[in-house]
Design a binder for this molecule. Structure first.
Ligand code: HEM
Length: 438
């Protein structure tokens, strides 16, 4: 599990079926591999579960933010944050998303070699910085990206060992690196919060919403500075690494499937011609969205969700004891031939609306589900589709020959060696017409 969790979990499912019990590192883990079982955990019986292992360590970075808090406190924070993610509010971010994607795209030149992962991280970080804080963090992107990598990697040290969370408290080199990186991230976020406290008008960004939010259903109060920091840090982190991975894997898949790429180009050209995309174009980009959906099936950026059972519960004739950890793994579920025949094949048609509707809901759950479903789901779809369309308008990306492609399942599913790609200009015959690829 420590060495190759994806292969290990696929093997468990293939060997033991929908419920597999694994004693590991002093814990009892259950892998649930049927969509109905996942629904039971995330939706129907969600009250019987807390977030799983790793929370203690996640809290070292995220404090008591949406991702890491539990029960009443989580509900309150969710109530306070929800308006900031309202569909209309998110729609206003569309312009930023397309603009930032265009500005990143316009820095490349024909024949350049880029690391698509680094580029997508910088892009999504800049977008979340602007939409969350109305701040340009692009200049700091490289440094923040490094701090993030360090924090994520040190999370993984000993993750599956007994007492792994205690290791994180010892002054080991990884722990010290983690603390330094956290201090770096904190400095950025506290600076942005302080700037905002000085001029607290609604600037249309997420932070403005969080600052003015009052818990009218609860204690009527707003968020303290510390809560604000925790939420901001959470959204900052949860809101960019995942989308960057989704985009990176999509570029990789497109580079391997010129037929899909050609169809995507045709759609983008017909919908946009040469102009900048807007939120109103989303309806004319259904295939682009299907490509992104299929990419997140094969490479789900959040590849596993864990929960700890509060009390024992019965499932399919078994009793799962209290304190067990239940795992719902997007990576294995999304590659289950029962729901996705020939599961390793990249085929966006699987997400044609009628075909998607035929599958059980939790056969595909890149954003989780139930009360803790990703609060940024709409944000991510919009950002993903607009970024893909904007970049594909101008460039094709091709994997550099010999570049190794491997999965690195830390907290999110990253490309282990980055994604070195050639940038090639697309040749357009005329705006809005079919394209002729050079
Ligand atoms: C492709 C992009 C994304 C993916 C695949 C993704 C996936 C997920 C998943 C699976 C969860 C649930 C985790 C669990 O149940 O344990 C989650 C929660 C969350 N996500 Fe996302 N996410 C994405 C983008 C975003 C964005 C753009 C934001 C914010 C701008 C965001 C903010 C959050 C937050 C705050 C939570 C915690 C919600 C709660 O527990 O109430 N995510 N995400």
């Amino acid at each position: 599990m420590g060495r190759d969790p994806l292969a290990f979990l696929l093997g468990l499912r293939d060997r033991y079926g929908d419920i597999a019990r694994v004693p590991l590192g002093g814990e009892t883990l259950y892998l649930f591999s049927h969509p109905d079982l996942v629904r039971d955990v995330l939706v129907t019986n969600h009250r019987n579960f807390h977030k799983g292992r790793g929370l203690e360590r996640a809290k070292m970075l995220l404090g008591e933010g949406l991702l890491t808090s539990e029960d009443e406190f989580h509900l309150r924070q969710r109530r306070l944050s929800q308006p900031a993610f309202h569909r209309q509010r998110i729609a206003a971010y569309g312009a930023i998303m397309a603009e930032y994607a265009a500005s990143r795209r316009d820095r490349w030149h024909d024949g350049a070699i880029i690391d698509a992962h680094t580029e997508m991280m910088a892009l999504t970080l800049a977008i979340v910085g602007k939409t969350l804080f109305d701040a340009d963090v692009e200049d700091e992107a490289a440094e923040i990206g490094e701090a993030l990598t360090t924090t994520f990697e040190s999370f993984n040290v000993g993750f599956f060992l007994p007492f792994g969370h205690l290791l994180a408290r010892l002054p080991l080199p990884a722990t010290l690196r983690f603390r330094k990186a956290r201090a770096r991230l904190d400095a950025t976020i506290y600076r942005l919060i302080a700037e905002r406290r000085r001029s607290p008008s609604d600037r249309g960004d997420l932070l403005s919403m969080l600052l003015v939010a009052q818990d009218t259903e609860g204690d009527g109060r707003g968020m303290s500075d510390l809560q604000l920091r925790d939420e901001a840090m959470t959204i900052f982190l949860a809101g960019h690494e995942t989308t960057a991975n989704a985009l990176t894997w999509t570029w990789y898949l497109l580079s391997q499937h010129p037929d899909v790429e050609a169809r995507l180009h045709a759609e983008v050209d017909a919908a946009l011609g040469g102009r900048l995309a807007t939120v109103d174009d989303l309806g004319a980009l259904p295939y682009t969205r299907m490509v992104l959906a299929e990419s997140m099936r094969l490479y789900p950026p959040a590849w596993i969700v864990g929960r700890r059972a509060v009390a024992p519960f019965d499932v399919n004739g078994y009793t799962v004891p209290a304190r067990s950890i239940v795992l719902a793994c997007q990576y294995t579920m999304h590659r289950d031939p029962r729901w996705f025949p020939a599961p390793d094949r990249f085929d966006p048609e699987r997400f044609a609306p009628d075909r998607h509707a035929e599958r059980p809901k939790f056969a595909y759950f890149p954003f989780g589900g139930g009360p803790r479903v990703c609060i940024g789901e709409q944000f991510a779809w919009m950002e993903g589709v607009l970024a893909l369309a904007t970049i594909a308008q101008r460039w094709r990306l091709r994997l550099v020959e010999g570049h190794p492609v491997a999965l690195q399942p830390i907290i999110t599913l990253r490309p282990k060696f980055g994604m070195r790609m050639h940038v090639a200009a697309r040749k357009r015959r005329s705006l809005g017409a079919a394209t002729s690829e050079g």
